[in-house]
Design a protein around this ligand. Sequence first.
Ligand SMILES: Cc1cc2nc3c(=O)[nH]c(=O)nc-3n(C[C@H](O)[C@H](O)[C@H](O)COP(=O)(O)OP(=O)(O)OC[C@H]3O[C@@H](n4cnc5c(N)ncnc54)[C@H](O)[C@@H]3O)c2cc1C
Length: 450
Amino acid sequence: MTNKKQIELLLSDLTSISDLEIYQKISDLKRFSKDFFEYSPILINELKDCLAEIVVRPLSVDAIIFVAQICNKYSTPLTLRGSGTGNYGQCVPLNGGVVMVMSGLKKIRNFDSKSGEITVESGCLLRDINDELIKHGRQLRLLPSTWRSASIGGFIAGGSGGIGSVRWGFLRDPGHLQSLEIITTEASPRKLELNANNSEALNHAYGTNGIITALKLTTAPYVNWHQIVVDCADWNQAVDLLAKFNCAALDLYLGTLLEKEIVNCLPDWSGKPSGKHRILLLVSPDGVSTIARLAKSAEADFDDLGPENLRAGTGLRELSWNHTTLHMRGIDPSWTYLQMLLPQPEYEIMRKLKSEWGSDLLWHLECVRQNGVQRLASLPLVKWRGEKAMNHLMSQCKELGAVIFNPHTITVEDGGLGVIDSDQVQAKSNFDPKGILNPGKLKGWNLKED
Ligand SMILES: Cc1cc2nc3c(=O)[nH]c(=O)nc-3n(C[C@H](O)[C@H](O)[C@H](O)COP(=O)(O)OP(=O)(O)OC[C@H]3O[C@@H](n4cnc5c(N)ncnc54)[C@H](O)[C@@H]3O)c2cc1C
């Protein structure tokens, strides 16, 4: 915590900055100190009392430079926030200080019609970027299911993948992020242009090693995705069929499989009630007949819901990834979840855990491309039985060969592969030498400081 006197001095310096909104009401401090960490009962305990002392919202890059300089002067923690839709408290200020909301930086700076690359400011919403791209016959390659409200800066710094991962893998795969414009938090902050290579250390670093002000991204040709629902009575048959779709010569944007107990709880725009396990697909128009043929040969039910309506917010994409968890928690908040890459073959882990957990664990699978290979990931719904049971479940998953991405932890490393990335730590030394950016979230830096 910064002391009261320091906060007063800091505030008086901040008020001299033009292009800067300042929020001090307790209701605003609370609102901007939270994200969706409530999905994890473990994180609720750790994060519920964390509170910013001041919230600022810059409207220009120059204002950001001044905020960085002032926070450096008083050694005040500075935590960045996009739209605050993260699940692991990524933008929650662990040590108080200033929360800087990046939503005022929302210009689309350039679209390169030759390469399809787009350069945008970090507070742009993914929805707005996608709308712009559609005008040029392009679209975003990867989207979180929160794409309507999430910012691109928050997605790159705090997200991992989602819709599009079936074709385009994950955000940290080389080829998505082409360059960054960042502001450092040194005594005299610098504005730097980082090439694709140097940008890697800031990709998925929770805003701990640089303030992203603009990004250049690759994009994909626009496709008018069709929404298809395929229902199967038998779970193993549904998994086989999903794997077939995943590996066929189909242009897919989404491939999700949900156990029937989940389907029963989804909103009515998810397709006709069937009492069966359900596959949700976004496929290009030329793939619809192949899906129908493969479904028929597996004696599964096929339903074409037609092209997506991106305006409505009631598409199959809003039932996928962590939106499945959102809908289930809307009915019963004692549901929480896990994230993992399933081992192959997938049946053994699913059968084993089901036999132990019964209806307290419901399978939700997503088609992904991992290191260039088509695989199945899972975000199973898990009934909360306490921290010990959750830790035991994660250990079991690892023993059975799954790679866990733990959603019940606050550090970059523990939420990923558990490994310290020395490039991320080096970037923090270079760009945030006092360690004021989002303190406590980069384990490699915490260990260095101890
Ligand atoms: C229902 C639900 C579904 C979700 N589905 C997905 C999904 O499919 N895939 C997925 O990856 N995630 C998913 N998420 C998590 C989250 O919505 C996304 O990762 C989203 O892109 C985060 O964007 P945001 O603007 O809300 O970022 P925030 O939550 O505000 O911030 C995320 C991180 O980025 C940092 N940050 C923000 N702006 C900047 C900046 N300008 N410079 C540097 N650092 C910055 C913050 O400090 C924080 O560490 C889901 C969450 C929910 C609640």
